[in-house]
Design a protein around this ligand. Structure first.
Ligand SMILES: [Cu+2]
Length: 471
């Protein structure tokens, strides 16, 4: 090596060292939140410990708190063998961080990590969960323990309360069955404008059921009770984090004063005896503790409550067995919480998109599938939106099951359901009764792809899904 070459190398060496220092200086700042996806065991009860995948060694994951309008950095570390997606449900965020493969969000690679950066809004109770497909693997997607509450705090006062509790409803150890395990039939009888004149009588195929339930990570009776004192006002945040089924919750002798649906304040807060909540939905309600005793709050159906879907509420200085009292018939009706609405207007400025949902029964041993306007996802022509236009979606449920329908990255206003007009109820997920119809409106103001789907994992995986695309 001659001197000239030596100098060149030395020079290069210097440049390299400099580049190293530069890289160091550019090291990204520490994230505000780190989520680690990894296998976890959940002790539902001392004799019932299940193995699943969770966030930060728990399921549900930690309650994440963010400030409305203040940018946040979340590092997601994936300690599993499969790609993952974390979806921020109910947030108005761009498609590349929304956490849906269909929208083009990059996955968190197996044994890799990915940084999500976004500005959380709007204020309210949101949630975060995995958004991967599961298909026939009941140990993937929202069948796992990858879910948690996400609270976006605003500067405004959320109201006076003495205690705040977060209650996520779950089912575990799902299985495929062709038996009707859902309980929707027991609910109210709503008008059935979408009931076909001739019903599809082909033999039913497989869907997903479960018989083990919990609120948060504990089956009824296995966890700590909610401890209250007479006269307290307890703010309850309910979330249905099930991948499978719509649920009801009752609390004997008490009423749920509903303040917000899907985290958005309702125009007419009101007390109700029972809450109905579909997968993906949230209900914020306060309860006045004015019936001293020890009570079971939980699912009205005995087999589901005894299967774990309940929690004990214990007043101070009470000694007795927890009491359950069967509630009156369900009375849940979204329109209770709305403003008087006019029937959907014929305003020419509002563009109507009709969406018809059907089930394709596949018969014994095969998986039922679902169609949107006659086709399983993906559709040749996506649903096209023009920025700034107000759209009306008419959800026509031609199936014998109630579906919780979710639109990503947008909030919509409920305009009509159960044949009743309403206004002012803003949601991201709405349960459309079987053979029923719901109409919602929203302004297309979030450019990028937006996924629409049924929040029941099996339905979504087997066709019940569509993409909205901005023209
Ligand atoms: Cu569905």
């Amino acid at each position: 090596m001659n001197r000239r070459e030596f100098v060149k190398l030395g020079g290069l060496g210097t440049i390299t060292a400099g580049a190293g220092r530069w890289l160091e200086a550019q090291e990204p700042p520490k994230a505000d939140i780190t989520l680690r996806i990894a296998p976890v065991t959940v002790e539902l009860a001392p004799d019932r410990v299940i193995s699943t995948v969770g966030y930060n060694d728990t399921s549900p994951g930690p309650v994440l708190r963010m400030r409305e309008g203040v940018p946040v950095t979340v590092d997601v570390i994936n300690d599993t063998d499969v790609p993952e997606q974390v979806h921020w449900h109910g947030l108005l965020v761009p498609a590349d961080v929304d956490g849906a493969e269909e929208e083009g969000t990059p996955a968190v690679p197996p044994h890799g990590r990915r940084r999500y950066q976004f500005t959380p809004r709007p204020a309210g109770v949101r949630w975060y969960h995995t958004h991967t497909m599961a298909m026939t693997d009941l140990h993937r997607g929202s069948y796992t323990g990858q879910f948690g509450f996400l609270v976006i705090e605003s500067a405004t006062n959320p109201g006076a309360y003495d205690q705040e509790v977060f209650l996520a409803l779950r089912d575990w150890e799902p299985f495929f069955t062709s038996m009707f395990v859902d309980t929707d039939e027991q609910n109210q009888k709503w008008p059935q404008p979408e009931r076909p004149a001739i019903l599809d009588t082909r033999p039913n195929g497989l869907e997903v059921g479960a018989t083990i339930y919990s609120i948060n990570d504990k089956a009824l009776g296995a966890g700590e009770p909610i401890r209250v004192r007479q006269g307290q006002r307890v703010l309850m945040h309910l979330l249905n984090a099930s991948a499978i089924e719509n649920r009801n919750i009752a609390f004997p002798g008490h009423q749920f004063h509903v303040l917000a649906l899907d985290g958005n304040p309702v125009p007419s807060p009101k007390p109700v005896d029972q809450v109905a909540i579909g997968p993906g939905e949230r209900v914020d309600a306060y309860v006045e503790m004015n019936q001293p005793g020890i009570w079971i709050m939980g699912a009205p159906e005995d087999d589901i409550r005894n299967g774990g879907l309940g929690i004990v509420v214990e007043y101070a200085n009470q000694r007795r067995q927890p009491q359950w009292v069967a509630p009156a018939k369900p009375s849940w009706d979204y329109t209770l919480f709305g403003k008087a609405g006019a029937p959907p207007s014929t305003d020419a400025a509002v563009q109507t998109i009709d969406m018809m949902f059907e089930k394709v029964p596949r018969g014994m041993g095969k998986f039922n599938s679902f169609t949107v306007n006659g086709k399983e996802y993906p559709h040749d022509q996506e649903f096209l939106l023009k920025q700034g236009t107000r759209y009306r979606l008419v959800f026509r449920n031609r199936t014998d099951d109630a579906h919780p329908l979710h639109l990503h990255r947008h909030l919509f206003e409920l305009i009509e359901i159960y044949g009743k007009p309403t206004a002012g109820i803003v949601k991201d997920t709405v349960v459309v009764p079987f053979y029923g119809r719901a109409t919602v409106e929203f302004v297309a103001d979030q450019p990028g792809l937006a996924l629409f789907h049924c929040h029941i994992q099996h339905h979504m995986d087997f066709g019940f899904k569509a993409l909205f695309r901005y023209a």
